[in-house]
Design a protein around this ligand. Sequence first.
Ligand code: ATP
Length: 361
Amino acid sequence: MAVFKPENVEDFYEIGEVLGSGHFGQVRQVRERTSGKFWAGKFLKIRKVACSRLGLDRSSVEREVEILQAVQHPNIVALKDVFESRAEVVLILELVSGGELFDFIAEKENLLETEAIEFMKQILEGLRFIHCKNIAHFDLKPENIMLSDKVSKPPNIKLIDFGLAHMFHPGEEYKSTSGTPQYIAPEVISCQPLSTAADMWSIGVITYILLSGLSPFQGDTDEETLGNVIAMKYEFNEHYFSLTSPMAKDFIQKLLMKNPEDRMTAEECLLHPWIKPITPKQAAKRNRSSINMKNFKKFNARRKWKMSYNMVSVCNRLVNLRLLCKDTSSPDPLQRQCESDVEDTESKPASLLRRRLSSSS
Ligand code: ATP
């Protein structure tokens, strides 16, 4: 059982700039007072009353902590410490300062498949490790694949955000409908029992996007996207995949399988000839293929735009919610308790949105 320290985090760390925001709080750079070393502090709002839609259950933070403690690996963000106050839990994490992998790639002029494969290998190594421990991430998407720093050569991948991760116990049946529509596996949408194979579906989607700059199931709305996933409606349009090797397409096809049991595991992916060529001919093919950089840059620019748009609409919802609360002349006691949650969240609008299927595609 993880130790949540009751001390004030600020006695040990100076709180610095905001690095990012999630649905339940902010991540800030923090500086350890004794060593001067920089870390990332993930500040998570804890739900105070059962009726509140704001904040997280303490038990789900306990799960995230328990999982992070179990997954120490070079490609997984490390957890150093946990502090707890009345309304907040702060996770002190390894500082991942290289930005998102997709942003790093989008700055390049071109990228050979062999170079993209080096990144894929690290992602798969991290996944193989957690899957061996019967842990699934369940929220794999570009925002959660980062680089440890801007100087390491080769760049070092770190998987972050284990907020939806789950540790399977023997014989356990686990269902969840959380995730992000573009990357979500069909069994999540159809409320089937889940396994680590759901992560492998997301890897198929991420690889598809990385090579073509197209999102395979993306519709105009979340509903349409989810419908496309269920219908397995995707293709390799030659216009976008003209630079892609047949081995890469085979790799993706073996991940985008409707039946989770038919999908490659992380271990099998690492042995697929696209990742680990057996013959010199296979190796040469990868060197002649490259990613569709022009379209990838477009995809990434749209993705970033959507992320900032989502943030603005969350802020607008907060303003509306506060106006609504002020209009209520005599709220019942339960409602008042919920309102006090709203006040607490004032400076952290991102924590207002709950993670759900339709929240962040
Ligand atoms: P979401 O609700 O979107 O899943 P979350 O509340 O679980 O998010 P994270 O995804 O873990 O929070 O973090 C939010 C953002 O903060 C990330 O997208 C990233 O930009 C930044 N971030 C998270 N962890 C770190 C870290 N260890 N080092 C640097 N930045 C980080």
